[in-house]
Design a protein around this ligand. Structure first.
Ligand code: HEC
Length: 129
């Protein structure tokens, strides 16, 4: 009897552990993955596509570069951007998607950048040291 009870208890614990631990481990990783840094190489292509260079000087590109917006040289070394938001992957990506949501007075136009695109662009900007 005792053995069965212990076995049942052990089984119960095992079942719970195997159900909970992998799920518990998988969930934060899955949640964190999309928020993690994007793909810098893809971001570089997107910077070209969205014509960021018409307003910004951005290292790594050839040809004419505009000056309506601030230069993004050494972007990764800045503590804050856009007048005070912290220079972190998530805040930069949010800013790129909708600058006015971060600061209604912001002069950068919204460009229709999607969330994954913003993450990739952010990854590229954060390589600029
Ligand atoms: C039409 C011109 C224009 C285009 C196109 C443009 N920007 Fe901007 N951007 C601005 C201006 C102007 C500011 C300054 C906004 C302010 O502080 O009011 C700015 C600010 C920024 C900032 C914050 C810089 C800082 O140090 O505060 C980043 C980052 C940025 N732009 C990235 C981009 C990227 C990446 C693209 C392309 C996807 C892009 N911009 C396209 C005009 C532009």
């Amino acid at each position: 009897m005792k053995t069965i009870a212990i076995a049942a208890l052990a089984l119960g614990l095992f079942a719970r552990c195997s159900a909970e631990i992998p799920a518990g481990q998988a969930t934060p990783a899955r949640v964190a993955a999309p928020a993690a840094a994007g793909d810098a190489a893809a971001g570089k292509k997107l910077i070209d596509q969205y014509a960021c260079l018409s307003c910004h000087k951005i290292p790594g590109f050839e040809g004419p570069q505009g000056s309506m917006g601030p230069s993004l040289e050494a972007f990764a070394t800045r503590k804050a951007i856009a007048g005070g938001i912290p220079n972190e992957p998530q805040t930069v990506a949010a800013y790129l998607q909708n600058p006015q949501a971060v600061d209604p007075q912001n002069r950068m136009p919204p460009l229709g950048i999607t969330e994954p695109e913003a993450r990739d662009i952010t990854a590229y900007l954060l390589t600029l040291k």
